[in-house]
Structure formats: structure tokens, C-alpha cells
Design a protein around this ligand. Structure first.
Ligand code: FES
Length: 504
């Protein structure tokens, strides 16, 4: 049986529109970097305020994290509220829950106003304890959620196809087809001096009034406000790379014989298992199963992770086949709140909407509302909670730990021995580090036997990249940049490709 394709279900047979590459210099009021849900929603809300906007997307609209999500739209969010309460207190957890509900309402309003066909459905979301050891986490989440005003119910009577040790349910949450939704919003942007550009990578930002973005091809966009909505902020101002960890997680789409229960669910601890149903236009029923997360570049990216999810799906659902599997990368802030607002204290022109910590549908959407309000000079009640320069993040012990990890990789990885004495030893479909002179290089031999050799030195700040066997890419353990087998950037903060190398 052939291995499933490593492509997301959401990008199959989905009619999408393509947009031009920037081929000259343009002037707008607001420039938005990133064409996912955060960037497109931000641009649209700014346009509705009367601004001329330009979206600059390195790849294609909704082709990044937005096309790779489970697309759950919930205020319950596994154990997130309890984690926020522990760090920031109940009032902040309450604000976060309120922001999530407001995001859900905004998405629903946009869908109704623009009659968007994106399989929008309201349904309950569950956090469950797969084992006794997770029961306390479920109870704590329920208590904090209740304190935040969410009408949650604790019960072990779930519609899930297995027993649980405890569970909490929040009704009336939602799910949709994320690519259809974002493409429908994107189509509303071009006209009246506004644009969407694809295959347009930003290399540089010069502050000023207006500010100027320069693309890799040397074209410029001048704008009075710039909003960074890429998954991982690529402009190093504010040292965002040091305030966020990058995490990978995996998903499989299983075609199932019977319609699964109309419920979203996620386990309260490891191993994480996240589920949602989906029925496509052809009446085919699917279950998406996600989990198996780990830090990017942690040398844990192995094909076995997909197999674990597939086993879970086959064990609990009447699986016909599993044609699609894919993985995704999320920016994880150090203190469990997204980074939304002015990039630096007092920034007049540069804003950020990032760090959506695996809940990008709600966080990217409320982030868009906050930033659009700030650009328009309106107050937003959630702005302080999501402020990227909040004291809690600057004081987070995690910041010191993250920097220590980077230091360890910067030095330790250079001292590690090469994995193969020469390129001849690299098997087909695999990769090894090989010493070449005083440096080590990364050598991948593809399925046809051809060698692809790159410098291991990440072009962001110089950590050494690690081989990702699950997706055949080179991933940086320091801040999550990813590169393909020939060194092209798949994910920032790096903007320049890995250098290619010759091996003897
Ligand atoms: Fe920062 Fe590689 S992503 S050093």
C-alpha cells in the first residue's frame, strides 16, 4: 500500500484563486505580511475602515499554517485557560476566553455577511482525560472556564468512541473549511487601491512614516502601518524569535464508513490526541486526528509519528483509508498568550499578530480585530492582554531557558561528530551530516539516488539545522526556521536559503 500523501485535506480539490507576484513598487496605507487567516482578516478589517491595503505572502494564500490546521474554532482550547490562569491569574484567563468568543462571533458574522460556503458548523468541543493522570487537568480547566463565564459541563458521558476518565464540554463552538474561508475573504481585498500579492517574500523593513518593505526581488511597498502576521515574525526587531518556541505537530485525515459523532475533542495531556469530524461536499465522512507534537528541529520528527496517529484512528473509528497526512508548525509564546499589537513599546508604524499557539483560528481573528482597531485609533478591550511587550513575557523564566537552549545548540551541535564518513554512506531517502574540511554539511540522497548537499548553518543566527525525517526538510532547533532539501526557506524567521555545498 503506498504511503499517504503528505498534503493537507484542505488543499485537495479546493477551488482557489491565485494572485499576482509584486512586480513594481506600490504605496498603500497598511501593508500586511502573511496571507493566512491572521493576515487576510487583518487586511480586510483595515480595508473596511477605508485603508488601502497590500497583503504580501511568501507562498500562496492559506498555503501556510492556515491550510494545515484542524480548523477548530473554540474558546475551550484543551487546557489553555488553566495554563493562562496559573501564569497570569483568573482575570486574564477570563479576558482570553472572552476574546475567543468574540473571534468566533466575528468569523460567523463575516461568513453570513459575505455568504461564504465553508462548511461552517456549530458543535460542542470537549477536553477529555484519557487516563486517571489527566483527570486533575480536566477539572482545573473546567473550573477556570467556569470562572471565565463559559457554560461548561463536566461529564464522562461523551459521544467519543472510547471511555474517558473525565471530560468537560463547551457547547456551541465551531469548525469550518479554513482554506475556503480565507480564500473567500481574500477575494474581497483587491480593488480600490488594495492588493493581494503571492510569491512575494519580504526581506527587509525600514521604519519611517511611511515605512518601507523591500522584497527579495528588490521591489518596495511603502505604508503608514505594517503588520507582521507571518507564523513566526520574520523581522528581528523586538527579538521575537527569542520570545517564541516553534513546535511541530502532525495530522492524518481518515475516510470513515459512518458519520462520526458531531463533536470536537482533545485529550488533556500526553500523548495529545485531537479529533474533529468533517463531511465533504460529496458526502464523504472524515475524521481528522492530530497530535504527536514536539519542538521543531528536535530530531524527533520521524515517520512513526504519523503511524501512531493512524493506529489511533483505526482503533477507534471504522476507517476506510487514510489518504492524507501532514504536519504543521506553530509559534508558541513563552507565557501562553499571543503577541498582538505594537511591535515594540511606542511603535507607531509596526504591528504584529502572531504567536497563536495552535489556536490560530480564534487568536488570528481576534488579533486582526485588535490591530485594525489600533491602526484606526480605536480602543480595544483585549489590547493590553495580548500586548507583545507585556511585563510577564519579559520576566518569563522561559525566556532564559529558551536562550540557554539556543546557546547549547549553537555550541553543542558544532561539537557533535559527523554521522557519516562520506556521502557514499547516505542511504536513499535519508540524510546524514558529513564532515567536509573543517565544517559539517548536510547530505540527503533522494529516492532516485541524487545527492542534495547544504550548509548546516541556519541563515538566521547560525545554529546548525537538523534533519526532519518525517518531512524531508532541514529544521533549525533554535527558532524554528525550516529549509527544503536544496536549502530554500520553508519557514522563517530565516529569510535567506541555506548555502549549497559540494561534497567530494
Ligand atoms: Fe534562529 Fe535558526 S531559526 S538560528
Amino acid at each position: 500500500m503506498p504511503a499517504p500523501a503528505t498534503d493537507p485535506l484542505w488543499l485537495q480539490n479546493t477551488p482557489t484563486r491565485s494572485y499576482p507576484q509584486l512586480s513594481g513598487n506600490v504605496e498603500v496605507d497598511v501593508a500586511v505580511i502573511g496571507g493566512g487567516i491572521a493576515g487576510i482578516t487583518t487586511a480586510l478589517l483595515c480595508k473596511r475602515d477605508g485603508a488601502r491595503v497590500a497583503v504580501l505572502e511568501r507562498g500562496v494564500v492559506a498555503g501556510g499554517a492556515t491550510g494545515y490546521t484542524t480548523a477548530k474554532i473554540s474558546a475551550l482550547q484543551q487546557t489553555k485557560l488553566a495554563q493562562i490562569q496559573r501564569i497570569h491569574g483568573q482575570p486574564t484567563a477570563t479576558m482570553y476566553a472572552g476574546a475567543s468568543l468574540e473571534a468566533i462571533a466575528l468569523i460567523e458574522t463575516l461568513i453570513r455577511e459575505h455568504e461564504i460556503d465553508c462548511s461552517w458548523e456549530r458543535l460542542p468541543d470537549w477536553t477529555y482525560a484519557a487516563y486517571e493522570s489527566q483527570v486533575d487537568a480536566v477539572r482545573e480547566q473546567a473550573e477556570v472556564a467556569r470562572g471565565a463565564g463559559l457554560d461548561v459541563h463536566e461529564t464522562t458521558a461523551t459521544p467519543l468512541p472510547f471511555e474517558v476518565a473525565a471530560a468537560v464540554r463547551l457547547d456551541d463552538q465551531a469548525q469550518f473549511h479554513p482554506v475556503r474561508y480565507v480564500h473567500a475573504l481574500a477575494q474581497l481585498i483587491p480593488s480600490d487601491g488594495s492588493h493581494v500579492f503571492e510569491r512575494t517574500a519580504v526581506a527587509k523593513f525600514d521604519d519611517g512614516d511611511p515605512g518601507t518593505l523591500t522584497t527579495e526581488d528588490g521591489h518596495t511597498v511603502s505604508a503608514r502601518a505594517v503588520v507582521v502576521c507571518s507564523n513566526y515574525p520574520l523581522l528581528d526587531r523586538g527579538l521575537f524569535f527569542a520570545r517564541m518556541k516553534a513546535a511541530r505537530s502532525y495530522l492524518v485525515a481518515a475516510r470513515v464508513a459512518d458519520e462520526p459523532a458531531q463533536a470536537m475533542a482533545i485529550s488533556a495531556g500526553e500523548p495529545t490526541r485531537s479529533m474533529r469530524p468533517y463531511s465533504d461536499e460529496g458526502g464523504v465522512h472524515w475524521v481528522l486526528v492530530g497530535g504527536e507534537g514536539h519542538s521543531t528541529g528536535a530530531q524527533e520528527a520521524q515517520p512513526e509519528r504519523y503511524e501512531a496517529l493512524e493506529r489511533f484512528a483505526r482503533e477507534h473509528f471504522d476507517v476506510v483509508d487514510i489518504p492524507w497526512r501532514w504536519s504543521t508548525q506553530d509559534g508558541m509564546p513563552l507565557d501562553n498568550l499571543p503577541y498582538v499589537g505594537r511591535y515594540l513599546p511606542g511603535s507607531q508604524h509596526l504591528f504584529v499578530n502572531a504567536g497563536h499557539q495552535k489556536w490560530g483560528m480564534t487568536n488570528g481573528t481576534i488579533g486582526a480585530r485588535i490591530v485594525a482597531d489600533q491602526i484606526a485609533g480605536r480602543l480595544n478591550r483585549y489590547a493590553d492582554t495580548f500586548d507583545p511587550n507585556r511585563i510577564a513575557v519579559r520576566a518569563a523564566p522561559e525566556l532564559v531557558k529558551a536562550q540557554a537552549t539556543v546557546g547549547a545548540h549553537l555550541i553543542g551541535d558544532r561539537l557533535a561528530p559527523a554521522e557519516a564518513a562520506s556521502a557514499d554512506e547516505v542511504p536513499r531517502g535519508e540524510a546524514r551530516t558529513v564532515r567536509e574540511g573543517i565544517a559539517k554539511v548536510g547530505v540527503h540522497r533522494d529516492d532516485d539516488g541524487e545527492l542534495h548537499t547544504v550548509s548546516l548553518r541556519c541563515t538566521h543566527l547560525g545554529c546548525l539545522v537538523h534533519w526532519n525525517a518525517a518531512e524531508r526538510s532541514w529544521d533549525c532547533p533554535c527558532h524554528g526556521s525550516r529549509f527544503d532539501i536544496d536549502g530554500a526557506v520553508l519557514a522563517g524567521p530565516a529569510v535567506a536559503p541555506l548555502e549549497t555545498r559540494d561534497v567530494s
